[in-house]
Design a protein around this ligand. Structure first.
Ligand code: HEM
Ligand code: HEM
Length: 234
């Protein structure tokens, strides 16, 4: 195994995650008013709703699949589904939502590059972030082509074992995946790099998932009734 593999798949994950957690905390503490998703909807509505919705639905479903797929122990998921079927599920569901995400991402990128109102207020970090996400998505989609060459799920199991060893601070993670196709390796390195850059970009908004929305109190909406007086009484 090369030194590069040891660094990239055993040491770099912890550097990226440490910068992600500590960097986000420091940014929140020191410059809370820069904490935003940076919506450009107020500048132009064109393509915004479609682009942003396709992009977000796609990426949230893909990432949800990653968490369940990579971190569920082998002994637990085999109670419900075989290794081969899990591989197929990841390819089909991940491929479908990845494709939705791709369309949304291209619409968003098009807005950034060609909409004059957005270009005028944009900064290079916003565009770079979208380009990095696009590259990551294309690598992910290309990995489906590679996975179709080994439908027994053997490589998927190696990748999941790698993620579980890293998440539980165990050694021996890098050697598990040192022999896999370059596309998986590039996808993991770029994915970790996205964690690394998060505190320095608008991606910090992923911390601000409005979960309280799910159990907020009802809003009372009353219909305006003719003849009913509103405002202060005279
Ligand atoms: C439930 C979680 C999330 C919520 C509530 C959310 C919300 C938002 C909002 C309100 C915006 C501003 C644009 C708009 O109005 O649509 C935005 C933009 C953005 N979000 Fe999210 N987001 C979430 C998760 C994510 C994730 C997981 C990623 C990627 C890993 C992401 C990447 C982006 C990017 C790149 C933009 C900028 C889009 C552009 O360039 O116009 N978001 N998000
Ligand atoms: C640290 C972050 C990430 C890691 C470690 C990671 C890891 C992986 C791995 C190991 C696979 C192959 C799964 C298999 O064939 O069994 C995969 C597939 C894929 N990834 Fe990621 N990924 C990350 C982030 C992302 C992000 C941010 C995106 C979207 C922009 C993405 C999109 C995809 C897609 C579309 C696939 C193929 C379909 C699927 O298996 O879900 N990944 N990823």
């Amino acid at each position: 195994m090369s030194y590069f593999d040891v660094f990239a798949f055993q040491i770099y994950p912890y550097i990226a995650m440490a910068v992600f957690f500590v960097g986000s905390l420091v940014r929140y503490d020191h410059s809370m008013y820069t904490w935003r998703s940076g919506s450009s909807q107020i500048l132009s509505n064109r393509g915004m709703r479609l682009g942003s919705n396709l992009f977000h639905v796609g990426i949230l479903m893909v990432l949800g699949g990653h968490i369940v797929g990579l971190l569920t122990p082998h002994s637990v998921y085999t109670l419900f589904i075989s290794q081969e079927h899990k591989q197929l599920l990841a390819m089909v569901v991940g491929g479908f939502f990845g494709f939705l995400c791709l369309i949304g991402m291209l619409i968003l990128l098009w807005r950034h590059l060609f909409n004059p109102r957005i270009r005028a207020t944009d900064n290079w970090r916003n565009v770079l972030l979208l380009v990095l996400l696009l590259a990551q998505l294309l690598l992910g989609l290309y990995s489906i082509v590679q996975s179709s060459h080994h439908l027994d799920g053997s490589v998927m199991t190696l990748l999941a074992d790698w993620a579980q060893r890293i998440a539980t601070f165990r050694g021996g993670a890098a050697e598990l995946i040192s022999g896999v196709h370059w596309v998986y390796k590039a996808h993991i390195i770029l994915g970790l790099t996205l964690f690394l850059v998060t505190p320095f970009t608008r991606l910090v908004h992923i911390w601000s998932i409005p979960l309280e929305y799910l159990w907020r109190p009802y809003q009372v909406v009353r219909r305006r009734q003719p003849g009913l007086r509103y405002g202060p009484r005279s």
